[in-house]
Design a protein around this ligand. Sequence first.
Ligand SMILES: Nc1ncnc2c1ncn2[C@@H]1O[C@H](COP(=O)(O)OP(=O)(O)OP(=O)(O)O)[C@@H](O)[C@H]1O
Ligand SMILES: [Mg+2]
Length: 344
Amino acid sequence: MKKIDMRVLGIESSCDETAAAVVENGRVIQSSVIASQVDLHAQFGGVYPELASREHVKAINATVKEALQQAHMGLGDLDGIAVTRGPGLAGSLVVGVNLAKGLALSTDLPIVGVNHLEGHLYSAWLYQAGSKPSPEPKLPLLALLVSGGHTELVLMRDHLQYEVLGGTSDDAAGEAFDKVARLLELGYPGGPSIQKAAMQGNSRAFNFPVARLSEPWSFSFSGLKTAVLRTVEEFKSAHKTVPTADIAASFQAAVVRALFEKTIAAAREFKAREIIVAGGVSANKALREAFRSQTEFRVHIPHISLCTDNAAMIAAAGYRHFIADETSNLDFDVQANWSLAETA
Ligand SMILES: Nc1ncnc2c1ncn2[C@@H]1O[C@H](COP(=O)(O)OP(=O)(O)OP(=O)(O)O)[C@@H](O)[C@H]1O
Ligand SMILES: [Mg+2]
């Protein structure tokens, strides 16, 4: 009989966080450790790939060790290893994948290479050991995946089934936050700094446009970014102080409106039972509030600490593969470009 009680070690190194976690049965976080490189990359205003992989090499062993220690487990207590195979920076992915393979080889544990994006989706199933279990998302569901590199509406009719309804034709939502933060001379990463500035501003001060697209489930944020740029330039050329907080608040409101309205419309259209909002931008307070204040759908949004990259979500997705009898051979390669549609 298939084993469904499983403790999975998750390993994540796709971008600038080195992370390891132990998750039980795809839901219960026994430990989740993240070594972030954010401060290091802040001086470049973005992730510097070669530096990122070198930092992973330095941090990964200690991170995995710490995750096992915090879970009060040794390798012998585990039932499987899940590792991010892609998408991400190839040089960074290789570090996590190689360690995971080495551990699998030495322990004989099964290993599975996970798509980072399905990890973000499965973060909605997680809760901390010892705390009240969060309600389990019910399928079929509509997922809004909003991260640094992706903005997608995904229909999940079943576990591990991803129908990508639409994506972004230009910038991802997180990328738009990062670029607008740079324009406004706010800090990196842009999402949290825009959110902070927006708290002091008026979200109705500027009526920034949200693109209307012919494809019903796609997004575009480049027009919005250009509108912000134009507004900033107008103030600068008139030698006036740029009203940073008002611009940040109005920009944030426009992004939230676009994401919220399309997600609800898609959930209705495809008769989803529930909604998931996941990925780095789902940490955004205004976005969380927009979804929380409607009552039509139950919405699952991960705890803020699980919105940005972590390894618990990789272990959670890996668990679903293991119980579906899907494992990887030890010769799998990393996949720097890998869409959810190809994963299903
Ligand atoms: N509070 C917030 N409000 C808005 N955006 C946020 C917030 N916190 C983080 N973000 C954004 O989330 C993004 C990071 O998310 P995440 O770590 O999921 O992205 P990534 O892993 O780089 O990309 P991907 O998952 O698409 O490969 C950044 O663009 C950041 O600005
Ligand atoms: Mg991510």
